[in-house]
Design a binder for this molecule. Structure first.
Ligand code: IMP
Length: 194
């Protein structure tokens, strides 16, 4: 089955190619000659994933999936959520985003948070989403320098340290993204669309 992963993120492409059986031929946006940015005007993580998958599927008449992720903090009513990448403004800056979160929740007792990924699949016959959630808490300070984004302030439940101290292989075993990717793969494998 030929399918486009609507992303320009090389790490995500690499990760999914490792997980998918060889019968799936994955193309990224560069490989289909799409160089622009897709405008993510959705108000939720789901909406943005669907917008990206629909846009590429309609424009190129090809099966496609797209992902969108974010950090949702209970005491901030689910923020930064869909605004995770540019929470502290443009251009995107991970350290400023982290500092903003730490400041906003410093006086909150409830530190519960979750990372959430939604993958939207769009084929000729199927429109479907797959969700992955990783639950945890926000640390009081920045710990570790591995990963990206909010990893250095996110402590997964059951762990004594932040994702900033996790090896990438360890993070991949539990991450919101890999949970959603595995749901997509199980679906593609168990359906006759391949
Ligand atoms: P994206 O939709 O996967 O590009 O994620 C949007 C933003 O959410 C990123 O720029 C990060 O700020 C944050 N984010 C998503 N996944 C992770 C993660 O695994 N670790 C840390 N931050 C993440």
């Amino acid at each position: 089955m030929e399918i486009v992963f609507a992303t320009k993120n090389k790490n995500k492409i690499k990760e999914i190619k490792l997980l998918l059986p060889k019968k799936f031929k994955i193309f990224n946006l560069d490989e289909i000659g799409f160089k622009e940015d897709i405008i993510e005007y959705g108000k939720t993580i789901e909406e943005n994933a669907i917008i990206k998958a629909d846009f590429i599927s309609n424009k190129f008449s090809i099966d496609c999936f797209a992902d969108d992720s974010g950090l949702e903090i209970e005491a901030l009513n689910g923020d930064p959520g869909v605004f995770s990448a540019r929470y502290a403004g443009t251009p995107k800056n991970d350290l400023n985003n982290i500092r903003k979160v730490l400041k906003l929740i410093s006086k909150k007792r409830n530190k519960k948070a979750q990372f959430r990924t939604v993958i939207a699949l769009k084929t000729k016959y199927i429109s479907k989403t797959f969700e992955g959630i990783l639950k945890g808490t926000i640390s009081k300070e920045i710990i570790g320098s591995n990963g990206f984004g909010y990893d250095p302030i996110f402590i997964p439940n059951g762990s004594s340290t932040t994702l900033g101290e996790f090896k990438s292989s360890m993070k991949n075993m539990i991450s919101h993204r890999s949970i959603a990717v595995n749901k997509l793969i199980n679906f593609l494998n168990s359906n006759k669309i391949v």
